[in-house]
Write a protein that binds this ligand. Structure first.
Ligand SMILES: *[C@@H]1O[C@H](CO)[C@@H](O)[C@H](O)[C@H]1NC(C)=O
Ligand SMILES: *[C@@H]1O[C@H](CO)[C@@H](O)[C@H](O)[C@H]1NC(C)=O
Ligand SMILES: *[C@@H]1O[C@H](CO)[C@@H](O)[C@H](O)[C@H]1NC(C)=O
Ligand SMILES: *[C@@H]1O[C@H](CO)[C@@H](O)[C@H](O)[C@H]1NC(C)=O
Ligand SMILES: *[C@@H]1O[C@H](CO)[C@@H](O)[C@H](O)[C@H]1NC(C)=O
Length: 181
């Protein structure tokens, strides 16, 4: 299993000049933008042992299927270094996703990756976007971050690398590129 891959590159120097606008002090910022790339796996298990994804609302209440439009699923999925569920955990995906296409083909993702590995412990990135899960590859946004990833912006390429449709269990590979300071 591949270890979490990280590449940091100084990309550019951002210079913002100071000015005072209507009493607000606008601070001068001169800082280097960094790029971090990483690959990790989201363990999305709706059945079996140690369920971490639970439908909480939908047309049929809590019995709604994620494969039907309007179902909302709360998640606290393990983020692992490798595809294997027992590989090293480096964080959790905490939040929700919503089946938000009338033809049921799209999960709108809306959750934080809360890192627990030594380097990024406590830092987060915010994932949001259209997960058209029937596509082999799709892209969602990294809209912000905290801690090590303050001011983060980027994207994640998603790929379903394990799928048990009958039991609604899946492992999703995230290939993330983030710019931050
Ligand atoms: C479920 O969690 C328990 C306790 O953390 C662990 O011992 C067990 O191996 C886990 N099972 C699976 C299938 O992940
Ligand atoms: C949900 O499913 C369970 C078991 O399949 C059933 O007993 C229960 O009545 C269902 N609840 C609703 C609100 O449909
Ligand atoms: C609601 O439950 C019915 C009967 O079990 C099922 O046929 C239907 O697909 C379900 N609808 C949704 C939106 O989950
Ligand atoms: C992460 O931080 C928590 C509390 O801030 C601490 O308990 C834990 O040991 C830390 N984990 C690592 C891997 O450093
Ligand atoms: C992640 O994506 C980059 C392109 O952005 C690609 O070069 C790299 O091979 C991908 N890594 C994995 C493990 O798929």
């Amino acid at each position: 299993m591949a270890p979490i891959t990280l590449v940091k590159v100084a990309l550019m120097v951002v210079i913002i000049t100071t000015s005072t606008v209507d009493g607000f002090n606008v601070r001068s910022v001169r800082t280097k933008e960094k790029e971090t790339k990483m690959v990790f796996y989201m363990q999305d298990w709706e059945s079996g042992k140690n369920v971490t994804a639970v439908p909480v609302a939908g047309k049929n209440g809590t019995n709604s299927s994620v494969l039907n439009f309007a179902t909302i699923v709360a998640v606290d999925d393990a983020i692992t270094e490798g595809l294997d569920r027992r590989s090293k955990q480096i964080g959790r995906a905490q939040g929700i996703y919503v089946n938000s296409a009338l033809d049921a083909s799209d999960l709108h993702l809306l959750f934080s990756i809360v890192f627990t590995n030594e380097k990024y412990n406590g830092s987060t990135i915010e994932i949001q976007g259209a997960d058209r899960f029937f596509l082999k590859q799709r892209e969602v946004s990294v809209v912000s971050g905290t801690g090590y990833f303050r001011f983060a912006q980027g994207f994640a390429v998603l790929e379903t690398v394990y799928l048990d449709l009958a039991n609604l269990n899946a492992v999703i590979k995230f290939n993330v590129t983030i710019h931050h300071y």
